[in-house]
Design a protein around this ligand. Sequence first.
Ligand SMILES: *Cc1c(COP(=O)(O)O)cnc(C)c1O
Length: 354
Amino acid sequence: MNQAAFPPEALAAVDLRSDTVTRPTPEMYQAMLEAPLGDDVLGDDPTVARLEGLAAQMTGKEAALFVPSGTMGNQVALASHCSPGDAILIEEEAHILYYEVGAPAAISGVVSWTLPSTHGVMDPDVVERHVLKASLHTPATSLLCLENTHNRAGGTIIPLATMTAYQQIAERHGLKIHLDGARLFNASVALGVPARQIAASVDSVSFCLSKGLRSPVGSLLCGSAGFIDKARIWRKRLGGGMRQSGLLAACGLVSLERMVDRLAGDHARARRTAERLAALPGLSVDLDRVQTNIVLVVTHKAASDWAKALREFDIWCSAVAANRLRLMFHADVDDAKTDRAIAAFEELSPRMIA
Ligand SMILES: *Cc1c(COP(=O)(O)O)cnc(C)c1O
């Protein structure tokens, strides 16, 4: 094992800040050593081609494109589906709006029409009421953006029946649907259905290799062959063409072949933690939202005070709002570390009642 990649202080801490903090596994290092490489911008890196083929197959789409980040996957999708001046319908706390630095306006020139939701799930009737037809006055609504699982709502899942309802709206009005599926496989494992069943309702889907699936870098954007041809041009335009990217794709193959089933363990540890924390004074947890690997904890005292106090126990987590901590479970938080985190909350709770 590469010791430099695993500094002891990082291994000692219980790092719940994000599911992106994991290091590559020893089998990923081995896969990088053995991967056949080419120049992917010239189109001949065999390891990237294998990864894209597997991603397309797992999402039930014709083609896929390896991109450096989930943000690029989403933005390349918007640019490929929309023309400047189009409207997109999108949930008001979506990652695409909150965490992608205004890219829909800056890159694609679209108007974002934001809609409320319950736990990240927009009411299909409300979606349908907001579809605009192009006219002398109104922009054309060309795209519906979904997020499954929903990050800011706490890792919540869009029910399959709701996905189908969105699909029917899109068919009635001639819109496309893009799914930000950064944690698509968390939804798939939690629902007990293959990812392609979720993706069947949408035209394009992006997902991350770098979160629960443990790769160091990378996302995939999947869709029809014609859509991916356009997306490849947008990726190049944004500087996302990569050369011997088979090195990274080799890790991605390990992710897709061996890391999907392990997500169930993250979900179980998140659930166990949520139930224990919900019982403590000074905290509340909406257990209905704890559906996958994320736990949102409402703190009666300032979340930043809690985060600071937890640091003393070597428990790291993010204050994502004035009174909200976010705990994210991933491969480096096993049962023992989960117990340590719960114990720290239990010890602090009597002192942290506002
Ligand atoms: C993490 C994430 C992304 C992509 O993030 P990158 O850091 O750009 O890879 C997109 N959408 C959601 C919902 C996410 O959680």
